[in-house]
Ligand binder design. Structure first.
Ligand SMILES: [Zn+2]
Length: 826
């Protein structure tokens, strides 16, 4: 490597991990072996120099070897079944973010050290090799071919990529950019949708950012394993296969929407993250919050019918594919275990823990709130300034605020500070006073966190008096008085739910809102549902607040609204497992869901909304879990027909029908589902079958499902996820934990860097008993690295919250349902 030495040094210190350094030479002179030192703990390689190195240009050459991992850390291999033949194959891929490039080659593995990288590889002749840049030259050598890639522009080490195997591709062009979708042999054509989406998104971003995509090519690469999500390597983005490939005959609408949104997120990183990179991991939110916001904005722009902003309002459900939502981030941010968007990151292990809901989704929500406050065009101008000023270099949050302040002439840094530098968010309380005055008061909103330090925010607040145009104000103090709001007029704060705060209304205001529901848009109705559910969780009101609102709504088929309700019912149903009140609750929950499902029906109808398929799937899943006999029988019947003729079951219904069949499976059905899962070469279908296995509730079958996690049947990232799935969906988190404890070493061997700290704690999430919190603490003390501490604390808090909420809910629910029954009889 070429070094530019700035001041005299006695030694060179680089990052390296699990590499054997065989020889080192400086400016052509070999260093003695004793000069090479490895510090495994600190992941460093030091080279003691025989004499002081003078400023100027020097050349360092290292010869080294490393290992190819099974999990997605550094260079890894994946085993998969080839499309068509089902033959077992193997291929290679890399995953370097946050700090694993050092497993591939010694380097200065921190984002601020940008370099040009030029990779040469030797691979079998029939393999395709892919990296960040196009191939510069290729020649035959013994045992294969040598491929040399063109040098990259100046970039951070974690953005390097290398993928190789028996691969196919399809391609197109967008202006000067070559766009390719690359997949294992036989699957490239399934990348057609991704190719079209990428072309559309790239053009849109070229315009939005004002700086065209700078590399000659952009590859979208589908990997059949190794890791779960997607990674924005510059010019060579990697995706877990089902996040990129779409089979028009067999994939669900949910899969298609997910693919678009993931691509829009990753391509946004080509600018935000790759062209301009955060200087250190404490500013990771700059990458992730921005890419999440931009990706959703772009998806909504081209696909308004999907209601993507709205569906971000679903409460958390870690096993649903719609990804992390705004509500999920707000739930986490209300707890004592939250942290500011910008957080101190001292070590590599901490960098890997930074990839959480707060970083991604609170960042996204704050940017959305800021954009709607500053205005879309002004905001875009600020982004253009920022990209132009910092391209090919590194930046901090302050640089972004400066650019937005210049564009908007408003004190963006001041507004932003309270949202990015302090944890949590506010609730705004609405109180009607005499003379048309409305008093607004802000305080910190918390759940299960009684002694949280009080904080204040500068809130970009929106409100509307129904029938009038929405208004904006910057709430800069604890209280604010709105004048001239007549006592009989409906007042709604947080217009369209675009703001990252809760609103708590006094009784007169709330009653007016309940009466006005039919006149509110779906965005505002979903916002009321989300806020009232959060207020119940926070123990600021009993559950009747939420269910009264639900019952006042008509049985619409608007997906975001219905899914909010489904998710709450599903959460309560899970919480009440083993509780005598559960049956009564299930009957009540079914009565809330049934009317909409009867309107939707089992079969797709001509001219229905494009989201009807997703919604139908959610209803079947939910009603099945709520023990609805008609749904359970209907799923069994459709499953039998599917076995004889797969085309008889629409793709949208497959996952829910399999899940319900799996939930009530006997041994014979379990085995059938398993056989189907073993046979298919489609990653999406495989996932559907194995998810169904994880739903089985019979303890003997739960154990059989868990045992699959330590075999080679599933890609590593999915195998470990199977245990979490079973913990949640089987109703037996205890069996799942016993299994995981006994097999922890094997399971952790399949986890990537981001997952290692949270895996064991995550399996405790579904326990609603306080004693499990102590068990987790003891387990963590004896078995987990210190870097797991934040995850352990989060889960301990979650268990305590669930235990407390379960107790509270059981009696409140019983009161609410009985009160209703009495009211109905009279
Ligand atoms: Zn990202």
């Amino acid at each position: 490597m070429k070094l530019s030495v700035r001041s005299r040094v006695h030694q060179l210190v680089l990052n390296a991990l699990e590499l054997d350094i065989e020889a080192a030479s400086l400016d052509g002179k070999e260093l003695p072996r004793s000069a090479i030192r490895i510090d495994r703990e600190k992941e460093l390689l030091s080279l003691a120099l025989p004499s002081e190195l003078a400023p100027g240009d020097h050349t360092l050459a290292l010869s080294f070897s490393g290992k190819i991992n099974q999990q997605g850390q550094g260079l890894f291999y994946m085993r998969y079944q080839e499309q068509g033949s089902g033959t077992k194959k193997i291929m290679l891929g890399t995953q370097f973010e946050a700090t694993d490039a050092r497993r591939f080659f010694p380097c200065w593995d921190e984002p601020a050290f940008r370099s040009r990288f030029q990779l040469t590889v030797v691979v079998p002749e029939n393999w395709l090799a892919v990296s960040n840049m196009p191939i510069e030259s290729e020649k035959k050598v013994t045992g294969g071919k040598e491929v040399r890639f063109a040098a990259t522009p100046l970039m951070s080490s974690y953005l390097n990529v290398f993928v190789a195997g028996e691969l196919d591709l399809i391609e197109s062009r967008s202006g000067p950019t070559q766009i390719r979708v690359i997949a294992t042999k036989g699957k490239a054509e399934l990348g057609r949708y991704a190719l079209e989406a990428t072309t559309q998104i790239l053009q849109h971003y070229n315009d939005y950012f004002g700086v065209p995509y700078p590399l000659p090519k952009l590859d979208q690469i589908a990997l059949p394993g190794g890791f779960g999500g997607a990674m924005e390597n510059w010019g060579g983005i990697t995706y877990y296969e089902s996040a990129l490939l779409f089979d028009p005959k067999n994939s669900s609408a949910e899969t298609k929407q997910n693919i678009y949104e993931v691509i829009a997120h990753e391509v946004a990183h080509m600018w935000f993250g790759d062209l301009v990179t955060m200087a250190w991991w404490d500013n990771l939110w700059l990458n992730e919050g921005f890419a999440s916001w931009m990706g959703t904005k772009c998806t909504a722009h081209f696909n308004p019918q999907w209601e993507v902003w709205l569906r971000r309002n679903l409460p958390r459900d870690p096993t649903r594919r719609v990804g992390i939502t705004k509500e999920q981030a707000m739930e986490g941010d209300a707890r004592s275990t939250t942290h500011p968007i910008q957080q101190r990151i001292a070590t590599e292990a901490e960098a890997n823990s930074a990839f959480d809901d707060i970083t991604y989704k609170k960042g996204q929500s704050f940017l959305r709130m800021l954009e709607s406050f500053l205005g879309e065009d002004v905001f875009r101008d600020g982004i253009r300034r920022y990209v132009a000023a910092h391209k090919y270099s590194n930046s901090t949050t302050a640089d972004l605020w400066n650019a937005l302040s210049e564009a908007s002439k408003r004190p963006v840094g001041e507004i932003a500070a309270c949202w990015t530098k302090q944890p949590g968010f506010p609730v705004v309380k609405v109180k009607r006073e005499a003379d048309g005055k409305v008093r607004l008061t802000q305080e910190r909103f918390t759940v299960n966190s009684k002694n949280a330090p009080p904080l204040e925010w500068k809130i970009p607040l929106t409100y509307s008096v129904i029938g009038q145009a929405p208004a904006t104000l910057l709430m800069t103090s604890k209280t604010h008085i709105l004048e001239d709001i007549p006592a009989d007029r409906v007042l709604k704060l947080n217009v369209n739910g675009a703001g990252n705060y809760r609103v708590e209304y006094d009784e007169p205001s709330w009653n007016l809102l309940l009466q006005a529901l039919p006149n509110l848009g779906v965005e505002d109705r979903v916002n009321l549902l989300s806020d009232s559910w959060a207020i119940v969780q926070a123990d600021r009101a009993p559950i009747s607040l939420y269910f009264e609102l639900v019952e006042k709504m008509s049985a619409s088929t608007e997906i975001a609204e219905r899914e909010q309700i489904i998710n709450v019912l599903d959460f309560i149903n899970g919480l009440l497992a083993g509780n005598p009140e559960r049956e009564k609750f299930q009957r009540y929950a079914r009565s809330l869901l049934r009317p909409t499902f009867e309107r939707l029906g089992w079969e797709p109808k001509e001219g229905e909304r494009s989201t009807a398929g997703n919604l139908r799937a959610s209803f079947i899943n939910a009603l099945g879990d709520l023990n609805d006999p008609e749904i359970i029988a209907g799923c069994h019947e459709r499953f039998e027909k599917y076995l004889a003729n797969p085309a008889s079951l629409p793709p949208d219904l497959r996952a829910p029908v399999f899940a319900v069949v799996g939930h009530y499976a006997d041994e014979k059905t379990w085995t059938k589902l398993h056989e189907l899962g073993l046979k298919t070469t489609s990653i999406e279908e495989k996932q559907n079958y194995y998810n169904a296995l994880a739903c089985a509730t019979e303890p003997k079958l739960v154990k059989k499902t868990l045992a699959i996690a330590v075999t080679d049947e599933l890609p590593t990232s999915r195998a470990i996820f199977l245990v979490s799935r079973a913990a949640r969906d089987s109703g037996h988190p205890d069996i799942a934990w016993e299994f995981a404890k006994a097999n922890m070493k094997t399971l952790l061997g399949k986890t990537d860097a981001a997952g290692a700290n949270r895996y064991a704690p995550s399996l405790f999430t579904f326990f609603p008993d306080k004693s499990r919190a102590d068990e987790l603490k003891t387990y963590a003390n004896n078995n987990l690295p210190p870097a797991s501490a934040p995850e352990v604390a989060k889960v301990v808090d979650e268990i305590q919250f669930r235990a407390e909420f379960k107790k509270r809910l059981a009696s409140q629910l019983s009161d609410w349902i009985d009160h209703k029954n009495i009211a109905e009889r009279h």
